[in-house]
Structure formats: structure tokens, C-alpha cells
Design a protein around this ligand. Structure first.
Ligand SMILES: NC(=O)c1ccc[n+]([C@@H]2O[C@H](COP(=O)([O-])OP(=O)(O)OC[C@H]3O[C@@H](n4cnc5c(N)ncnc54)[C@H](OP(=O)(O)O)[C@@H]3O)[C@@H](O)[C@H]2O)c1
Length: 499
């Protein structure tokens, strides 16, 4: 390892982020730009150190120059303030080692002691298969504890690939770290608009009385992507949409939409309420899982005027792959607020638009006073919370068309975050890294929450695996998705919103 020159470093109680896998994509594209944004607003504790840990033969200077390029290229607000970036990078150091080699951890330990750092955030920005090795080695090298400072660890998603592996990863983590030290990252929760679901629900009085089975007909949660698998085929072909999106993002959006108001706004109270929602969802297994879900894979089609390849023709995808790139599911939250209200969830790749939204469809008016002239009756009141893009909230209403007759047409009442607050909202990682540094775990998933989400997902995975489809349904890229996904909504006399 290159020498760390600590001559000018005061012996202090500074804070360090140790990024395992610092030579990877996430560190350059997300973590470093997020640290820079926080530095710009003086939000980082001082003195603040960055220690990168990976196997490439890099020097401290090489690390600094790669991280600098990352900020220059991906920094959210341009131009970049070079003075701030330089002072952040002055305290960036590199430890060259494989994750398996215990000598690397001894070097890391020594470097942290030389720097006089008492408080350390370990960030596992590595392939998931490496988490256990790193955690075990942190334990062995006694880097996991310090009498006078704190230790925290961030674990990136995916957290396990099924219930069993998630439990065993948890066990390994808990053999070295306490639950309070563990921050399971689902960057979706760091998005401003996701947090705004809570602000909208619990910061306003008018919707709460309507937020229940009496006034809500059903809820649709959609996460549509235009992208294919890109460079992630190695991971995606083994994971599929159910592990990549359903187990984490879709279920997170569902819990935030359905949860009760917490007694106070802190990590324990918020996460307690979220877990209650997951526990209340009826598990779907076997035939019920098959009846209440739909899966499909995209074939070539036209998106934005361009021809795109079939999933099976994407680089690194097995030519006969049966991995699902689309899924829809119908779930019920069995509690007093939601009993009988279906939550329809769907996500897919290569759909016509990139959109994530939660649509709350209210019940119909009890009596059709305006009969045939009520053209809004086809599209009753819907409240759409748009997570991305064009973050905002839209309420669909029926209004009288000006003129002599009682002609009712659907209209929209819109609120746009960009119009109301200007700039693009901060990146999720900016908020989440700061929360880890200040010890606020509200926006991170707790052990029991992950386990409950996997329990629900496991039933679907097992049903799908047991009942392998000879011919997996397909949908053409650029279309609204597979026709079969409409079936269980139509059986309920309902329809998907157009993507
Ligand atoms: N990229 C994203 O936008 C994103 C978004 C959400 C979640 N995540 C998650 O974040 C994690 C990191 O993602 P990434 O895209 O940065 O991955 P990546 O580009 O594959 O980087 C992995 C890092 O780990 C290092 N590494 C792997 N095996 C090693 C070993 N045995 N010893 C030492 N170093 C080793 C790699 O070093 P080499 O460079 O030498 O291979 C590299 O620095 C993953 O769990 C991913 O699922 C990423």
C-alpha cells in the first residue's frame, strides 16, 4: 500500500468513510458526487476522510484523480467548485488489497489509527457475494468496534437473493455488528418524492379521512423502465424483475402508501409501522401466487423510433433465458384500513415510458346524476403521486364543460415539484450518506422489514419456479406490456392506467 503521509493531520476524532470496491461504478458515479454535494454545503463532519479499498494497483493520486473525474462528470450541480473538491480529495487515501486478504484490513486499521479517526462508516460497494467475506474480516481485524467512537456499515442492495440467503446474510452481519450499526441501502427511499409520500399523507389533513377502504377502490403502483438490461445482464438474468424491483422498490412504495401514521417521526416508529403493513399482506403461494401474478419477457420492438433487441439477444443473456422482465401482482393488505382493497403492482423493462407512480383510485359516485353526459365517469377521481420523472401530484376530477348542458369531462389539478421548488431535487445518495453519518436509520430497511419483504416474494418465486412456463409470455418492446397482465384486473372489472 502506498504510504499515507499524516504529518499535517491533527490527531482528532474525525470521521472516515471506508469504501470497499472504490474502483467500481457506484463509487465514481454516485457516492463521490454525493459526498461532494454534502461538502459543498458544509454538511460533512470534520475532519472527514475517504479511504478507498480495492484490488487494483492504484496510488492515492490515482484514486483522487478517478474520484475527481467522477464528480466532474456526474456532479449534480455544475460547474463544480474545484476548491471544495480539492479539499475533500486531499484526505482521500487508497488501500490496495483483495477483500479476502486479511493483511489488507490490518493496513486499513493502521491507516485509520495513523489518521486518528475514531468514527468509521464502512460502505460495501462491492458484488453482493463479497459482503460476508468483508464483514468476517472486519470482525477478525477488530475494525468493527472502538471504545471511543462509532462504527456503522452500509450494505448495498440486493440484500440476499431469497428468504434463506437474506437470513443467512443477516446472521453473518449480526455476528459482527449490532442491528443499530447496520444500514441496508435501498436508494429509492432516499428519493425526495418517496419521502414526500409521508409528507403528503401525514402533513396534510384533507386526505387522511379518505385514505381507507371506504373511499378507495384500489391502488396501482407502477414502475416502468424504457431501458433493457444494459450492462447488468450478468446480475439481472439470475435475478429477474421479482428480485430486482418487486422485493424492494415496489413493496417499499406499497408500505409507505398503506402504513399508519407513526407515533413520532423516528427510525423505530416509522419502521415499526412499515413492518406492520408487510405482516398484514396475505402471503401468496402456490396456485394463489400464479392466479395473482403475471410474468413475461420482452421481445424486440420499437422504442422511441428505434428498433431494440429481444431480451434473449442482449449481451450476456442466456439465449434460452426464461428470466422475467415484466411482472404484475395483486396483493391485499389485511387490516382494518385496507381489507378488500386490491393493490396492483407492476414493473417492466422496455416499456414505452420511464415512469414510477402510485395511483389512488377513489370509489365511484353513488348515483349518476348526469347520466350519459358524465364523461368523467369512466375515469373517476384518481390521485396520482408521480415519483419520477416530473415529480408531482395530480388529482383527476370531473368538471362541467362550459355551455348550456350538464356535460362533465375529466380535468387535472396538478402540483409539480420543479415548478414549486425550482432545481432538480437532490440525489438519493446525498441524503442517505448524510443520514448514515449522522446515525439516522429512518430511511434504511430494518432486518425484520427485509425478512418480511422476502417472505412475500419467496412465495411468488417458488410458485414460478415450480410451475416453469413452457412458453413464457412475451411483450413487444415499446408496448404497454403483455396482454395477460390485464386479465386479473379485468376479472375485477378494473383497468391499468396507460403508461
Ligand atoms: N452502480 C449502481 O448504480 C448501483 C445502484 C444500486 C446498487 N448498486 C450495488 O452497489 C454495489 C456496487 O456496485 P458497482 O456497480 O460499483 O459494482 P462494480 O462496478 O462491479 O464494482 C465492484 C467493486 O468491487 C471490487 N472487487 C470485486 N471483487 C473484489 C475482490 N475480491 N477484492 C477486491 N476488490 C474487489 C471491484 O474491483 P475491480 O474494479 O478490480 O473489479 C470494484 O471496485 C453492488 O452490490 C450493486 O448491486 C449499484
Amino acid at each position: 500500500m502506498p504510504e499515507i503521509d499524516v504529518n499535517n493531520e491533527p490527531c482528532s476524532e474525525g470521521v472516515a468513510i471506508v469504501i470497499f470496491g472504490v474502483t467500481g461504478d457506484l463509487a465514481r458515479r454516485k457516492l463521490m458526487p454525493a459526498l461532494y454535494e454534502n461538502a459543498k454545503f458544509n454538511r460533512l463532519p470534520q475532519p472527514f476522510y475517504i479511504l478507498g479499498f480495492a484490488r487494483r494497483p492504484w496510488s492515492h493520486d490515482k484514486l483522487r484523480s478517478v474520484l475527481r473525474e467522477g464528480v466532474m462528470e456526474y456532479g449534480r450541480v455544475q460547474p463544480i467548485d474545484e476548491d471544495i473538491l480539492n479539499s475533500l480529495l486531499e484526505r482521500a487515501y487508497y488501500v490496495e488489497s483483495t477483500f479476502q486478504d486479511t493483511a489488507g484490513y490490518e493496513q486499513l486499521n493502521q491507516a485509520l489509527k495513523d489518521l486518528g479517526v475514531q468514527n468509521i462508516l464502512f460502505y460495501l460497494s462491492t458484488p453482493p457475494g463479497m459482503y460476508s467475506t468483508i464483514v468476517e474480516n472486519l470482525g477478525k481485524s477488530e475494525l468493527d468496534s472502538c471504545p471511543s467512537g462509532w462504527r456503522r456499515i452500509v450494505v448495498e442492495k440486493p440484500f440476499g437473493r431469497d428468504l434463506e440467503s437474506a437470513k443467512s446474510l443477516d446472521k453473518e452481519l449480526h455476528s459482527v455488528f449490532d442491528e443499530a450499526q447496520i444500514y441496508r441501502m435501498d436508494h429509492y427511499l432516499g428519493k425526495e418524492t418517496v419521502q414526500n409520500i409521508l409528507a403528503f399523507r401525514f402533513g396534510n389533513g384533507i386526505f387522511e379521512p379518505l385514505w381507507n377502504r371506504k373511499y378507495i377502490d384500489h391502488i396501482q403502483i407502477t414502475m416502468a423502465e424504457t431501458d433493457g438490461v444494459g450492462t447488468r445482464a450478468g446480475y439481472y438474468d439470475k435475478a429477474g424483475v421479482v428480485r430486482d424491483v418487486f422485493q424492494n422498490h415496489l413493496l417499499q412504495l406499497l408500505t409507505l402508501t398503506a402504513m399508519e401514521a407513526p407515533a413520532v417521526f423516528n427510525a423505530k416508529a416509522v419502521r415499526d409501522e412499515k413492518v406492520k403493513v408487510l405482516v398484514s399482506i396475505s402471503e401468496i403461494t402456490g396456485d394463489a401466487a400464479l392466479r395473482n401474478t403475471f410474468r413475461a419477457q420482452y421481445v424486440s420492438g420499437t422504442l422511441d423510433g428505434k428498433r431494440v433487441a429481444s431480451y434473449r439477444d442482449e449481451p450476456d443473456v442466456a439465449p434460452a433465458s426464461t428470466t422475467e422482465t415484466y411482472m404484475a401482482a395483486r396483493l391485499f393488505v389485511n387490516n382494518w384500513r385496507w381489507a378488500g382493497v386490491p393493490f396492483y403492482l407492476r414493473s417492466g423493462k422496455r416499456l414505452p415510458n420511464r415512469v414510477t407512480e402510485i395511483a389512488i383510485q377513489f370509489t365511484q359516485i353513488p348515483l349518476a346524476l348526469f347520466g350519459q353526459q358524465n364523461l368523467a365517469s369512466e375515469a373517476p377521481n384518481v390521485l396520482v403521486i408521480r415519483i419520477q420523472p416530473n415529480e408531482g401530484i395530480t388529482l383527476f376530477l370531473g368538471a362541467k364543460v362550459p355551455g348550456g348542458s350538464m356535460h362533465i369531462e375529466p380535468v387535472e389539478m396538478r402540483f409539480s415539484y420543479a415548478e414549486a421548488f425550482g432545481d432538480a431535487p437532490p440525489e438519493a445518495y446525498e441524503r442517505l450518506l448524510l443520514d448514515c453519518l449522522t446515525g439516522d436509520a429512518t430511511l434504511f430497511t430494518r432486518s425484520d422489514e427485509v425478512e418480511e419483504a422476502w417472505r412475500l416474494t419467496q412465495g411468488i418465486i417458488e410458485a414460478w419456479e415450480t410451475q416453469k412456463l413452457q412458453n413464457l409470455p412475451v411483450y413487444e418492446a415499446g408496448t404497454q406490456g403483455p396482454h395477460g397482465a390485464d386479465d386479473f384486473l379485468q376479472r375485477d372489472n378494473r383497468y391499468w392506467r396507460k403508461i
